[in-house]
Design a protein around this ligand. Sequence first.
Ligand code: NAP
Length: 486
Amino acid sequence: MSREQEVVEACPAELFIAGKWRAAEGGKTLAVEDPSTGTTLCEVADASPADGLAALDAAVEAQADWAATPPRERGEILRRTYELMTERADDLALLMTLEMGKPVAESKAEIAYASEFFRWFAEEAVRIDGGYQIAPNGKGRFLVMRQPVGPCLLITPWNFPAAMGARKIGPAVAAGCTMVIKPAAQTPLSMLKLAELMTEAGLPPGVLNVITTSDSGGVMEPLIRDGRSRKLSFTGSTPVGQKLIEQSAEQVLRTSMELGGNAPFLVFEDADLDQAVAGAMLAKMRNGGEACTAANRIYVHSSVMDEFATRLTERMSALTVGRGTEDGVDLGPLIDAKQRDKVKELVEDAVDRGARVLTGGTVADGNGYFYPPTVLADVPKTARLQKEEIFGPVAPLTAFDTEDEAVAMANDTEFGLVSYLFTKDVNRALRVSERLESGMVGLNQGIVSNPAAPFGGVKHSGLGREGGSVGIDEYLEIKYIAVAQD
Ligand code: NAP
């Protein structure tokens, strides 16, 4: 048996409910595909709405005991999870590459990133504090405590199959919440494996329940409307997020929403171009462009445009495209045919409206959902990809002449997750950072994600923050006790 088959065989393929692995109602399964070949890797359980309710029952049942567990104990389970992920990074990365497609080196980077959330929140579990205050009139005392929100529903996308779950599970466990998590049907394996590993790390039955399903709406809506869950944390597209906010209104659920992006990447005339090109490669090509933080619109001052375009094109055309499991591959396939066709359509639309292809731009024949690294110049404001998330390896370049014009173009979107800005002028750096309408700014760097920093967006990019010292707040309620005092 090949190592690839071994890691797939070693991955649980059933639902994880109340600490037990079990088949879906009626034994239904769904196929998991390798996007680099289009062939089926394995089958996993396909949960029904009744299975979903069983998972919520388990989370509700476990909540009181879990909330009463000493914070140190919760922290140590998280710490052991971090250690196990680090020890087994090679196998976890291979499994991720098989289901998601990115090169193994990138999967390893994601496993490291995901595991850091467990380390970070292991340290946060023992720092949940409160307050003591004398009433202004001196006649009473206020005690303020923070308690777990209660059973949580967590929904994650396919693009970062481990990290998007870790960003939610880490703080939920630290805070003392139980949960039902539903990974994307296209990439369930990394989450199933993580549940197995957290059990080994000592997580008690019922705290983390995993359901995989081909009917995400049908299974999740009854849980959202159930009234026993108290929180929904979602990472995914804005239209689905909007629908889930509406569903959450009925039971007035706490919601955290990590939604779509349309990141502008600004290169001013005084930027260090080596740094800017390196930053653009990271901001554009991390995860093959399938990231909410991906640079979606690259705006370059007209005086440095030619130089920047030439250097970026050289770097992009030097990338090796192929199956993520092969040595030397820089770029794997997109997740599916739909995504590849969307990228193709967006590029064709830009070209029809006057953009020039500097490299890439055509889909090669063969199996798998590959799209080549592509650079487009002279992309007009009217091109669809200036408004829509590309989610692929396409870098659209547009020139600007003034700072005001650059900021106006950057903010001309309903999204507001992250912006990137390259300049050596400190005054401009701060001035423009303040004017950009986004939850995060990458200043002279093409990557902002860090478990110790508050990740999240404004406008249609979402609500709430994940990571940093505020990440745990999303899973805690504040209770204030008014104490009589003569
Ligand atoms: P998606 O279609 O919104 O799916 C995200 C998750 O929601 C999946 O688990 C999906 O399950 C589930 N889902 C879909 N419809 C649902 C419904 N009606 N009820 C309950 N769950 C439902 O997004 P995607 O295409 O997987 O992910 C890409 C998007 O995620 C991009 O817009 C990207 O920007 C965003 N994203 C944001 C962040 C951030 O931190 N802001 C991070 C990563 C990705 P199924 O796929 O199994 O149906």
